[in-house]
Design a protein around this ligand. Structure first.
Ligand code: GDP
Length: 436
């Protein structure tokens, strides 16, 4: 899912690279392309409109960050707005103060409710809970058996009506299921309910009755992300007919365009809590809006890099260093500070690996010697402030002392000092040439 959208957005944003400044026209053109990409991915029109308006406003506004270039700033804005429409913060399950908590599942037939019940039960078990499943889908033939099968696979008990007692009353089964949970001390009850192929009144009423009877802590609307725009209509119908407190997206492994997934939160106002991406019980996870957004943007870990650059960047320090570089006054102390700022962003190899297209560079990156950087750092740390300030005073006996103190050879100290002088000379020549 999201492949086409991801490709489109990546290429739109890549076109901005290398631009020193973005004009209004650049921003308008980019916004237009993003709009088309979202509409083609089947994102609901009102969601697209709001999204584009926000991106444009922010990109044109005075959101200047010295740490980022204009293209990075647009990536950052698009990413943040995507996270926003996906719900912002990761939303955890609300559980009752006094167990058992009740989680009710609702949605169309085939949405993946029963499968989800098993996935959820397994996941809850992994979190240290003791869930029980309750089979209230008494409409679909085999639904009860299917739930029993997934329950067995997940290793959790299933409460179901006795066979041979006719169709039975789902509300009654739900109530009894909760009594059973209380009796056997299960802390969470997952109630599976009936779905229909299309939205119909009776199904809605039944779900609403179960909700009223058992007062669940969460009602999760389970929706198949493959059904496109229809997901939005179904979600709206369920929001009115039953009401729900959260959404679970299923079949994210499909190759649909993903618009439903991007619209459902904004259209219903309810957060997405979980996502299912396959038929197996393990194909399930908590939904993290930020991770999903960066997956959609397909920018590798570019976004992490942007975040880290912002955190590590100290504008004043960098400017002071630049001035000193230009005037040939750079000291080893400045050098160390710059190096530490860069390293604060993480290992250099990781840092380079995050850049898009770094894939082919992997081997070289693996050879990049972090130890060498450690050595440089240790040598500078072994110097006195006076030596760092004016490396010219570092004579032979000082070199020996520094080498001994920092556990390296004298030749390493010589190397560093010589390279530093060369670099300083080159920088001031360059600065002269560019009139800095
Ligand atoms: P229910 O009618 O809502 O209970 O839906 P089911 O749980 O019976 O699921 C309907 C079909 O969708 C089954 O064949 C499931 O194996 C399949 N299914 C459920 N979740 C996923 C998913 O995340 N990915 C894929 N590919 N199939 C799924």
């Amino acid at each position: 899912m999201f492949n086409t959208l991801s490709d489109r957005l990546t290429s739109v944003l890549q076109n901005l690279r290398g631009k020193g400044r973005l004009s209004e026209a650049d921003i308008d053109a980019t916004a237009r392309e993003i709009r088309v990409a979202l509409l083609e991915a089947d994102v609901a029109l009102p969601v697209v409109r709001t999204f584009i308006a926000k991106v444009k406003e922010r990109a044109k506004g005075a959101e200047v960050s010295q740490a980022l270039n204009p293209a990075q700033q647009v990536v950052k804005i698009v990413n943040e707005e995507l996270v926003g429409i996906l719900g912002g913060e990761t939303r955890r399950l609300n559980l009752a103060k006094n167990p058992p908590s009740v989680i009710m599942l609702a949605g169309l037939q085939g949405a993946g409710k029963t499968t989800l019940a098993g996935k959820l039960a397994k996941w809850l078990k992994g979190q240290g809970h003791t869930p029980i499943l309750v089979a209230c889908d008494l409409q679909r033939p085999n639904a009860v058996t299917q739930l029993q099968v997934v329950g067995q696979r997940a290793g959790v008990p299933v409460f179901a009506p006795e066979p041979g007692n006719g169709v039975g009353d789902p509300v009654d089964v739900a109530r009894k299921g909760i009594e059973e949970a209380r009796r056997a001390q299960h802390d969470i009850v997952v109630v599976d309910t009936a779905g229909r192929l299309g939205v119909d009144e009776e199904m809605m009423r039944q779900a609403a009755d179960i909700r009223a009877a058992v007062q669940p802590d969460e009602v999760l609307f389970v929706v198949d992300a493959m059904i496109g725009q229809d997901a939005v209509n179904t979600a709206t119908a369920f929001a009115e007919g039953v009401g729900f407190t959260g959404v679970v997206l299923t079949k994210l492994d499909g190759d649909a365009r993903g618009g439903a997934a991007l619209s459902v939160r904004e259209v219903t106002g309810q957060p997405i809590l979980f996502a299912s991406n396959g038929e197996k019980l393990e194909d399930f996870d908590v939904f993290h809006p930020d991770r999903m957004a960066s997956r959609i943007l397909g920018m590798g870990d570019m976004l992490t890099l942007i975040e880290q650059a912002e955190q590590a960047f100290d504008a004043d320090q960098a400017e002071a260093a630049a001035i000193k570089m230009g005037s040939g006054q750079l000291t080893l102390e400045d050098f160390l500070e710059q190096m530490l700022a860069l390293r604060k962003m993480g290992p250099i190899a990781n840092l380079l690996g995050m850049l898009p297209g770094a894939g082919q560079m992997k081997d070289q990156l693996a050879n990049l010697d972090e130890k060498h950087l450690d050595r440089v750092q240790a040598i500078i740390r072994g110097m006195t402030p006076a030596e760092r300030d004016d490396p010219k005073i570092i004579n032979a006996s000082r070199r020996l002392r520094i080498a001994n103190g920092s556990g390296v050879r004298v030749s390493d100290v010589n190397d560093l000092v010589n390279r530093f002088f060369e670099a300083r000379k080159m920088m001031s020549q360059m600065a002269g040439r560019f009139g800095l």
